[in-house]
Structures are given as C-alpha cells and as structure tokens.
Write a protein that binds this ligand. Sequence first.
Ligand code: NAI
Length: 469
Amino acid sequence: MATRTVDAVVIGAGTGGYPCAIRLGQLKQKVIIVEKDEVGGVCLNWGCIPSKALISASHTYEKTQGASAMGLVVENVRVDVNKLQDWKGGIVKKLTGGVRSLLKTNNAELITGTARITGPNTVEVTTREGQKETIETRAIVVATGATTIEIPGFKFDGKQIIGAKEGVSLREIPKRLLVIGGGVIGLELGTVYQKFGSELTVVEATPTLLPGTDPDLTAVVERKLVKHGAKIFKNAKALGYERNKDGSLAVKVDLGEGKHDTIVCDTVLVAVGMRPNSAGFGLEELGVKIDRGFVPSDLSGRTNVPSIYSVGDVAGQPMLAHKATKEGEVVAEIIAGHKAAKDWVSIPGVIFTDPEIATAGLSEAQAKERGIDVRIGKFPFSALGRAMAVMETDGFIKVVADKKTHELLGVHIVGPEASNLISEGALALEMHAFLEDIGLTIHPHPTLGEGMMEAAQHGLGHAIHIMNK
Ligand code: NAI
C-alpha cells in the first residue's frame, strides 16, 4: 500500500470541496481531493445548475406563449424535451469539465474514488479501479454534502416516484405531477413542469409553503401557482399510493382534522429535504462530533478534532452552494496559515420560483423577535417602468431597518430578477449600510434596481414613485 504525505486531503468535490482545493492549490499547499462520483457535486450535476437551466427554459416558453401581448406573433411553440435535456446536459458537462481543469491548473490532484478517514492525519483512498492508498495529511476537509431524504410509502423507483435528481432529468413532461414538500426544490421544479403543461398539486406538511420565508413573499408565489391551476394542500401529509390499471398513481393524502383525499397523478416528486452525509467513512470511530447528522465546526471550520474541518451541507444549515464555497475558501486560508473566519453578516438565499424570492439578513418577524424597533420600506415592481417593459410586475422589494439608527437589517425581494438584485442588499448588509446609503445612491434608470433605492427611500418616508405612509 503506497503512502504519501500532503498538506490537505479534501473529501468531496462539490461546491464546498472543489473551491477549497483550488484555493489550497493557489496558496501553494499540496492538496489531494477525493470524489467518488462526478466533480461539482449536487449543485453542478443535478441541483442548482440543471434546475436553473430548466427554469430558464420554462420561463422563456411561458414568455413566448404570452408574447402576443407585446405584439409579437409566435406560433406553434412546443417543448422538445429530449433537446432540452441534451442542452442542459451540455451546460453541466462544460461546468464539470471547467472544474476539472481548474483543479489541474491549480495543482490540486483529483482522485476518483472513496475516502475513509483512518486517523486524525490519515486517509485511506480506494480508487474506482480498486487500488488502495494511504495518505498522511496535515489537514482533512470533510465536504461530503447531503442526500435526498426518502419518506415511508414513497420509495424512489426512478420513474414515477422520484427525487430531485430524476426531477431534473425527465424526458417526458408528466401530465399530472404531485409534489410532496412545498419547499425550495418542490416549488422550483413544480413551477418548471407547471409551465411546461403539467397539472400541479403540492402537498406540504406545515401551514405555509417555503417554511421560514417571510409569508409576505411566499404569498405572491402561491397566488401565481394557484392562478395557473395548481392545487396546494397545506397541513397535509401524503400517506402512500396505489397504482391504477392505467399506470397512474392514486395517492392518499391526510388533510388533517380527520379528512382524507385521493389525488390521481402520473409522477410523484418527493422533496422533503436533504440529510447530511456524515456516516460510514470514519468520523464516528475517531470521535468527531456529529449532531443530528451534521458535522459542526467552529468559525475557522475546525471540528472538535483540530486536524479535521467541515464545510458545506455536511457542516450545517443553510444547505446552500454559495455558503459551502465561502466556507471552503475560509478553511483553505486557515490550513495555509492565514487569518480567516466564517464571520459574514448574512448568507443570502434565493428561491427560483416565479416570481423569484431572494432574501438577505433579518426578516421583519426575526428583527421584532430580537426586540428591535423596525422601520419598513416597500416598493412594488408594478410601479417600475422597467418591470412593465419586461412584463413582470408581480412582487415587491422590502427593506427592514432599525427604526432609530436607520441601519439596514434585511432585504427581502419577491419579483423579477430578485436573484440578481439581492447582491446589492447582501453587500449593503456586510458594509453595515444605512437606508440613506441605498436611497442616496444613484441607481440607473430604467432598471429593476431602482426598486431597491425606492424601497429604502420609502423606509425613510420619501419614495418618489409611490405614496409614503
Ligand atoms: P426544504 O427543506 O426546502 O423543503 C422541504 C419541505 O417539505 C418543507 O416545506 C417541509 O415542511 C416539507 N415536508 C417535510 N416532510 C413532509 C412530508 N412528509 N409531507 C409533506 N411535506 C413535507 O427541502 P428541499 O426542497 O428538499 O431542498 C433541500 C435543500 O436543498 C434545502 O436545504 C435547500 O436549501 C437546498 N436547495 C436550495 C436551492 C436554492 O438555493 N435555490 C434550490 C434547491 C435546493
């Protein structure tokens, strides 16, 4: 069995692991990154990127169908699902290929295989071809991500009972789609297939869709889903299903208060969350602390075993690619002996529904829970010329600030390009900006970004294009 000595072994080449390995390489650290599957992890292969490709295609499809209102005559718009999947696959391939070459050019050695931590400073790697190697290392970075949760009564069969992975790979548009879990994945993919023509039903266990998101924002998304024919059951649980003679599925749903319903559908997408991948590769044996499946780490990314670090989904909530990447970068700096810490003000979140939802910092409710006296500014997209010009006027921008000091505490957007607009809010929060900073900054006209300026001005009582309270 061969033995080598390196500075760091990164386990997992997802959006936490690969940026960590690249940065380690940039910092002249000898690094090996071990991945059992494809580089890029969930995000690049079947999460963020594939779903965003499908979301953009479904959005374009819907816009094209509605283009006559703009005076554009478009006839016979239809979806070629195979071509759509091939196009999506091409994007994924380009990105994963890019990651491979970035690892290589930064001297991070990629091993395709499985890693097992056998000591605080040793990792045993078994390559896909079955070769074993023991690596001595100064640091080990656990970046193993998370896996889709299955629920009783709905064992994945890869065809009709599916998770997100299959959900982004369908080569047929389901006529009737039932989504279990009205969270991020459920609503993003549910919206895609609804736009492509599926009859959509959502079964959500809690009283609200997208639990944890400001209900003011989710109401806008829910309204649009329902307007387009979606049936949404809240406080409801899917219990199990039977297969009908015609191949469709009859799903029994508990609606609470003793009521039940049966929903007939062709495909069930289960999207009830993800669980961290922390078991079975040596952490337990070494006494690394595991808390409800997560491998917690401190501000420098260290677990309770100082040579072992954790980043990304496996390290804790929120399970977001950009949080994983930043954690990976911080840990790389620490391993290289630099000063760094996970000390950001906010981790912005985006939900690619229609319209999009994007948030950074505290919500109104969270600020009030902390006993802060707040000042709210709100500006609707319906008052923006640019939003009218792109025919997307649903939603608003809401800013939450400290009533007395005017310091910005949170930005919450539901509307067109919310995903792109939120970065201004995130930067403002990191810089501890005040409403005046945003309100006095000249935002170019006509843009959706003006909504941010006007929302801040509204918070100060002097927005120009809407009435002030
Ligand atoms: P999620 O936690 O967002 O949503 C799961 C939903 O399922 C919740 O609303 C929950 O109340 C509900 N639920 C749980 N058990 C249920 C049951 N038995 N019956 C009905 N409803 C039930 O999880 P999701 O959507 O699976 O996403 C997984 C992770 O991936 C999340 O942590 C999310 O942050 C991340 N993600 C992020 C995206 C983004 O940033 N745009 C996109 C997709 C995923």
